[in-house]
Design a protein around this ligand. Structure first.
Ligand code: CMC
Length: 392
């Protein structure tokens, strides 16, 4: 097949043109619609970022108010959606519940399946942005056996999510502004990252003209794996296992370098960044700030710092350009906020949703957009004759 070139893991294949996110892996630059991630994380809000990614421009005061209002009025889930959670086993992974319920939303909103109708695209995007935190909070409630907490329209996006997650009938949870602001910032930092595995999945599924709920559900499943969004949970597991073995960072690094049982330093390395991940820099500082503001100390933070220091001066990691990525320090912040490890990747999904939607919309409205359909290099038997079963 002379015309087809093999590009394992799509290391060098651009599948799309995109105007959403600019990423320079050599210099560690990340910009949403041209705005540096550092500026948006420092001064912007997550809802503003969601608006920016979708529309291409930052909203005016009025546009933001309208957008916020639209989101707020769609946060509630249909009561029948709640019954899905009754059917899941008590120890169901929240990521499985998240993708299943998002897929199930397509059965409730069959009026917005046409990706070529602008109004339908808009309403399904709003419904998803509004409902994903509610779906996530219900999944958490299922896992701890507590009654669900309905959304409240007077609260901000993140405050509402935190309250739905942590309030119990006996005690209303009022989030510390330190927590609200830190989570908002983390969601901003996760909001888009050009053609990563989950975004490419959303685009690929969407390219068949499947509806948005189906496409996003596929993206959530792609995000779940430990090499992608699941890395934030895998980092915590790794830090806990190092702690359990007496905090011996050197021994763990040796294991990684010897590639024992395929052990990797989770939260390190990136396909595109060959220098520091700019998100990781901001998150490392936030981890310190949040822990000290909440008056929490965490031995795992100390282990993480020692791991990072060791890796950054070790030839194995240096020669392979392996630096901490977005997932290295996030788990420590989520843990300090009270989230169990199983919810970490769910938080990533809530953050990434605007990027998935923006990229899906860009793909489906691109003139001449075609179905995604990679080629292959066939390595099987060329041809042989069929043998009836009794003669084999
Ligand atoms: N620990 C140890 N060795 C590593 C690591 C790591 N974290 N990452 C890459 N390597 C080594 C790898 O073994 C290979 O070495 P060699 O040349 O001797 O075979 C070399 O570096 C290149 O690795 P690769 O697997 O070809 O690189 P990739 O671009 O295909 O993979 C990655 C990128 C992010 C999947 C990988 O670095 C990794 O597995 N990291 C750990 C998981 C992780 O933190 N994922 C989160 C990524 S960032 C945000 C997100 O997407 O969620």
């Amino acid at each position: 097949t002379g015309l087809v070139t093999l590009d394992s893991g799509y290391g060098n294949t651009a599948a799309y043109k995109s105007a959403v996110t600019y990423l320079d892996g050599e210099q560690g630059i990340l910009r949403y619609r041209g705005y540096p991630i550092e500026q948006i994380a420092e001064r912007g809000s997550f809802l503003e970022t969601a608006y920016l990614l979708r529309s291409g421009e930052l909203p005016t005061v009025d546009e933001l108010a309208t957008f916020r209002n639209e989101i707020t009025t769609h946060t509630l889930l249909h009561e029948d959606v709640k019954r899905f959670y009754d059917g899941f086993p008590r120890d169901a992974h929240p990521m499985a519940m998240l993708s299943s319920v998002v897929s199930a939303l397509s059965t409730f909103y069959q009026d917005s399946h046409n990706p070529f109708d602008e109004r339908q695209r808009h309403i399904s995007s709003i419904r998803l942005l509004a409902k994903l935190p509610t779906i996530a909070a219900y999944a958490y409630k299922k896992s701890v056996g507590q009654p669900v907490v309905y959304p409240r329209n007077d609260l901000g996006y993140v405050e509402n999510f935190l309250r739905m997650t942590f309030s119990v009938p006996a005690e209303e949870y009022v989030p510390d502004p330190v927590v609200t602001n830190a989570l908002d910032k983390l969601l901003i930092l996760h909001a888009d990252h050009e053609q990563n595995c989950s975004t490419s999945t959303v685009r690929l599924v969407g390219s068949s003209q499947a509806n948005l709920f189906a496409s996003i559900s596929a993206g959530i499943n792609a995000l779940w794996g430990p090499l992608h969004g699941g890395a934030n949970a895998a980092v915590l597991d790794m830090l806990e296992s190092i702690q359990a073995s007496g905090g011996d960072v050197d021994a763990f690094i040796r294991k990684v370098k010897n590639k024992e049982d395929g052990v990797r330093l989770m939260g390190f390395g990136h396909r595109v960044y060959k220098s520091f991940d700019p998100r990781a820099k901001i998150i490392k500082a936030a981890a310190h700030d949040v822990l000290s503001a909440l008056g929490k100390s965490d031995e795992l933070l100390d282990i993480a710092l020692r791991l990072e220091e060791h890796a950054l001066s070790d030839d194995y990691f240096v020669s392979r350009n392996l630096y901490p990525n977005v997932d290295f320090y996030t788990g420590l912040i989520y843990r300090a906020m009270g989230f169990p490890t199983s919810m970490f990747t769910v938080l990533f999904a809530i953050g990434r949703l605007p990027g998935w939607i923006a990229q899906w919309e860009e793909m489906i409205t691109e003139p001449g957009s075609r179905i995604g359909r990679p080629r292959q290099i066939y390595t099987g038997v060329v041809e042989r004759d069929y043998v009836p079963v009794e003669q084999r």
